[in-house]
Design a protein around this ligand. Structure first.
Ligand SMILES: *[C@@H]1O[C@H](CO)[C@@H](O)[C@H](O)[C@H]1NC(C)=O
Ligand SMILES: *[C@@H]1O[C@H](CO)[C@@H](O)[C@H](O)[C@H]1NC(C)=O
Ligand SMILES: *[C@@H]1O[C@H](CO)[C@@H](O)[C@H](O)[C@H]1NC(C)=O
Ligand SMILES: *[C@@H]1O[C@H](CO)[C@@H](O)[C@H](O)[C@H]1NC(C)=O
Ligand SMILES: *[C@@H]1O[C@H](CO)[C@@H](O)[C@H](O)[C@H]1NC(C)=O
Ligand SMILES: *[C@@H]1O[C@H](CO)[C@@H](O)[C@H](O)[C@H]1NC(C)=O
Ligand SMILES: *[C@@H]1O[C@H](CO)[C@@H](O)[C@H](O)[C@H]1NC(C)=O
Ligand SMILES: *[C@@H]1O[C@H](CO)[C@@H](O)[C@H](O)[C@H]1NC(C)=O
Ligand SMILES: *[C@@H]1O[C@H](CO)[C@@H](O)[C@H](O)[C@H]1NC(C)=O
Ligand SMILES: *[C@@H]1O[C@H](CO)[C@@H](O)[C@H](O)[C@H]1NC(C)=O
Ligand SMILES: *[C@@H]1O[C@H](CO)[C@@H](O)[C@H](O)[C@H]1NC(C)=O
Ligand SMILES: CC(=O)N[C@H]1CO[C@H](CO)[C@@H](O)[C@@H]1O
Length: 310
């Protein structure tokens, strides 16, 4: 029974499979054109467009494997470019707005010399899960359209030359796990709306210029493992409810303007192995022993209004 019934479709399908493999070039022409435009914008001259980048053939460009990654498992036997990874390619152009026409999952331009702004067209890549633009010389303000990247899990913008404030639309990225922008040139405050981003495991924002702001409400971000808010002009007290972030391993709120007593939260933060409260105006509450127990990993230098450290 089984043999008879399964044999027929197998015989029927086999020639079809061979045909689609033989034709090879299954990347749609509009995506090839987008790649041409992208190469032009970033000054890349060595891609051979008579080779389909999805075939993995070496003459697309042998020395740069996986710069362009395709997914060829779409139902109608077409491929799509899903990942563009130009990590450390010494590129000095701008970010191509044509990226916005591709169904990308990953974009990385980590460690290049790209200048100019993030094009608002990137907000149209609703499939995007990772946008890594750190260590470039990007400028301008962050487009509000970044808030349309509702699938994004990883947004890394560290070490750039952006201006303006963090857009409030970041609060729409509810799947976001990693928000990392250390020394990116941006101004504060950290938008209060980010308090709803409960999937964050890694929140690292440093060196914000601009006006003073209160400590953001983070008590629902219980998945947080790394919290770095260094030099962000934060005023007021260190909130007691940080004690709810029981997965924290790294807590660095140094170089702010925090005042008041250090709350008794360190008994709850059992996984903490790096604590930096230095360069604030905090005072020791009744938890001095709690902190002393952890002295090997704690930096409280100049944390206190009286200038004494432990
Ligand atoms: C591009 O690829 C085609 C087909 O493999 C090959 O004939 C041609 O020589 C290549 N061109 C360059 C500039 O490598
Ligand atoms: C490729 O695309 C298909 C269809 O969207 C998806 O199910 C699959 O997970 C993708 N594969 C990879 C490796 O991303
Ligand atoms: C199938 O092909 C059509 C026409 O090229 C395209 O619009 C559609 O997005 C494709 N579907 C998938 C799942 O790739
Ligand atoms: C995207 O990058 C992640 C690692 O950051 C990797 O695990 C994943 O497979 C990549 N997806 C694609 C489609 O390249
Ligand atoms: C980019 O780099 C290339 C060579 O590496 C150089 O010829 C070109 O002038 C540079 N462009 C800019 C805008 O710096
Ligand atoms: C985003 O896509 C929509 C629909 O395709 C289009 O109308 C819009 O102009 C695009 N926005 C940008 C900034 O490219
Ligand atoms: C993208 O974001 C902008 C600004 O936040 C908004 O005006 C626009 O309607 C959004 N577009 C889509 C397709 O969601
Ligand atoms: C960054 O911007 C500042 C002022 O906005 C400028 O002085 C500096 O040269 C820029 N740095 C780079 C690497 O573009
Ligand atoms: C966290 O992410 C998951 C998907 O990974 C999503 O279903 C859920 O709504 C997100 N949680 C919140 C509070 O937004
Ligand atoms: C940030 O503020 C400091 C001190 O006010 C100033 O020296 C620095 O130039 C500012 N940086 C930017 C990028 O505006
Ligand atoms: C945290 O979650 C609780 C329960 O869902 C909600 O009442 C509260 O407003 C949330 N707090 C913040 C700061 O988002
Ligand atoms: C076959 C080919 O075009 N190879 C090029 C790949 O890219 C490097 C530099 O990025 C070139 O030197 C190769 O000629």
């Amino acid at each position: 029974m089984m043999g008879v019934f399964s044999g027929f479709p197998l015989l029927f399908l086999l020639p079809f499979c061979f045909a689609s493999l033989a034709f090879g070039a299954t990347l749609p022409e509009d995506e090839v054109q987008a790649l041409r435009d992208i190469a032009h914008t970033i000054g890349k001259k060595n891609w051979n467009y008579s080779v389909d980048p999805c075939t993995g053939k070496s003459n697309w460009n042998s020395s740069e494997k996986n710069v362009v990654t395709c997914n060829c498992s779409f139902v109608n036997h077409t491929c799509h470019v899903v990942s563009i990874d130009f990590t450390r390619n010494y590129l000095n152009g701008t970010i191509p707005k044509q990226l916005g026409t591709l169904n990308l999952v990953n974009i990385s331009f980590l460690g290049n010399r790209l200048t100019g702004p993030i094009p608002k067209e990137l907000g149209n890549i609703t499939t995007l899960k990772a946008l890594v633009l750190e260590f470039n010389q990007l400028s301008g303000s962050l487009p509000l359209e970044l808030g349309n990247l509702t699938q994004i899990e990883k947004l890394h913008l560290t070490s750039n030359n952006f201006t303006g404030e963090l857009p409030a639309t970041l609060a729409r990225l509810t799947i976001l796990k990693e928000l990392v922008m250390q020394g990116s040139g941006l101004s504060g405050p950290i938008p209060s709306g980010i308090s709803i981003l409960r999937n964050l495991t890694d929140l690292r924002v440093t060196d914000l210029n601009g006006s003073d702001s209160w400590f953001p409400q983070l008590n629902n971000m219980t998945k947080l493992v790394t919290l770095i808010l260094r030099s962000c002009n934060i005023i007021g007290s260190l909130p007691e409810n940080l004690g709810k972030l029981t997965n924290l391993e790294v807590l660095d709120v140094s170089y702010n303007k925090l005042t008041g007593p250090i709350p008794s939260i360190f008994g709850d933060l059992r996984h903490l192995d790096m604590l930096d409260l230095s360069y604030n105006n905090l005072s020791i509450g009744n938890n001095i022993e709690e902190l002393q127990c952890r002295q090997e990993t704690v930096n409280l230098f100049a944390s206190f209004s009286n200038g004494n450290s432990l």
